[in-house]
Design a binder for this molecule. Sequence first.
Ligand code: GDP
Ligand code: GDP
Length: 438
Amino acid sequence: MKPVIALVGRPNVGKSTLFNRLTKSRDAIVADYAGLTRDRHYGEGRSGSRAFIAIDTGGFEPDCTSGIFKEMANQTRQAVAEADAVIFVVDARNGLSAQDHDIARYLRTANKKVLLAANKAEGMQSGPQLAEFYELGIGEPIPISSAHGQGIRSLLDMALDDFFADEDDEEPEEEGDKPIRLAVAGRPNVGKSTLINTWLGEERLVAFDMPGTTRDAISVPFERNGQKFELIDTAGLRRKGRVFEAIEKFSVVKTLQAISDANVVLLLVDATQGVTEQDAHIAGFILESGRAVVIAVNKWDAVDSYQREMLQRSIETRLAFLKFAPVLHISAIKRQGLGPVWKAITDAWASASRKMPTPVLTRLLAEAVQFQQPKRAGAFRPKLRYAHQGGQNPPVIVIHGNSLEHVSESYKRFLESRFREHFKLTGTPLRIEMKSSQ
Ligand code: GDP
Ligand code: GDP
């Protein structure tokens, strides 16, 4: 589970700036879908191999009449409750304010790990200039500059230290007899609990005991057609005996955690509602996570042929960035179309964990270049020399050569489709990285 870090502080201290910096490593992936995947308040970040979720509470304005606590009850308090660690941001240039004291008083009782970040501290010494912040009773102020990227790494190290026993935590797991970790994601009422209960009621689905896998209360190991699965903590559901039921509140953090903890995500969409903005958000998270994904349009029984056509179109447009994902139509209630879902899930996992030997990749690369050369960019003609696999789930292909920074996006897509075709990849993103040797 990725730890959650909440950024808390009064307006204008630089929380959003810090948030953008913490989640910046993801920009390359989400850039094309800006506005879709970049939720205003939640983002994923990484420090070395350590991944985390950041929550920005930047939106709140204290209300003079009702006081800051009223606002905090709505926004900050909820973020703090969801967080494993809190970064309390203060303004090193403007010094302490009454609001800072209010927030500190609250945080001292919140029973969370709290770090005090003195932002806008570029060019300042940690000594006397920051001494007044000790008054907050939070501990040592850590000088940072969000705007200039100073002190962020060590701040993060301190925030994350308790949550990672060793650096290898996030290593991709080997396939084999390990169960496929499956998350069923979707907004409330799309039919998640109905589908899961239908599954768990099927006789072909055998529950089994898996030692040491009680990752959390909701994880359910089962086997189907000889393939082991582990249904992992599915956001928004609660287990009651053998039956799942929806809980009232949809949690973005839970959804993010379930997605990043999964090997394959089954994204449920409600046919009667079409693809909503919230669906697109969740899809964006899945894309960012790099997980394998299958889209199932549920309640297919309840829509007419006109609605079906509209739906097809809204998937093609609003979920265009997940076009590698197979789209299936099901009815959880009528138990229709469920067989193909299992096949799609196992295929997606097989694709995501495909082994791609260096000689094969290098040969495919040479053939692709022979078929079509990358375009010259000014004085540069990119030279693609060889390729090797840099990771699984998602699969990463690293291409080595010269002047590779001049390879166009469309040429990368051309390469991607050649690799996809050869390795029969479905339901998984494929990342292509260029490494110029100079
Ligand atoms: P928020 O309201 O707490 O989210 O604050 P913002 O991130 O919107 O930042 C408020 C203002 O402080 C903006 O004008 C930022 O450019 C500025 N700011 C943020 N970080 C720094 C920093 O490290 N140094 C300086 N000098 N200014 C900063
Ligand atoms: P969750 O919040 O995602 O777990 O959604 P639920 O499983 O609680 O389902 C929400 C509503 O949709 C319930 O009233 C279900 O009976 C209904 N529902 C679920 N699956 C189907 C389906 O395949 N067809 C139809 N017509 N309704 C469904």
